[in-house]
Write a protein that binds this ligand. Sequence first.
Ligand code: HEM
Length: 143
Amino acid sequence: MGAPYDRGLIEDFGRFRYFSAGMWAWVLHKVTGWVLIGYLFAHIAVLSTAIPAASDPEAIAAGTDLYTRTIQGLEGIFLVRVLEVGLLAAAVFHMTNGIRLLLVDLGIGLEREAEGFYVSVAVTAVITVLSIPVFLPPEVVPW
Ligand code: HEM
C-alpha cells in the first residue's frame, strides 16, 4: 500500500489544474456514464407517460395524439435541442473512450493510453460539431 494522502479538512477542487490525461479520462467517463443513466430514466418517464392506455388511431393519423404532441412540444424547446447535442457528445465520448478502455483491458494500446484518450476526444468533437445542423437547424435557432 502507498503512503496515505492527506486531503486536509476541505477538498482542494483546484487540483483539477494538475490532472493528467488519464485523470480527465477517468472523470469524463464517470460523468458521461452517469449522465447517460440519468437520461435513460428521464427518457423512459417521458415516453411512457406520453403513451396513453388506449390510443386513438384517428388522432395518430392526424398527428394530434398525445405522443406526437409531447415529442413536438419537447423538440420545440430550444434548450432541449441544445441538451440533445450535449447528450450526443456524452454518448459518443463514453462509447469511444469505453472501447479504448476495453482494448486496454485486452492489453491493446497500453503504452499509448493518453493518445487513445485524445483520439476519443477528437472523434467526439468532430461528431458533435457535425450534429449541430441536425439538432439546431436555422428554423429552430431563436436569433
Ligand atoms: C458502446 C457503448 C458503451 C461502451 C463501450 C461502454 C464502456 C464502458 C466501460 C469500459 C466502463 C468501465 C470503465 C472503467 O473501467 O472504469 C463503463 C462504465 C460505465 N458505463 Fe458504459 N459503455 C457504453 C454504454 C453505456 C451506456 C449506454 C450507459 C448508460 C445508460 C453506460 C453507463 C455506464 C456507467 C454508469 C458506468 C460506470 C461509471 C463509473 O462510475 O465508473 N455505458 N462503460
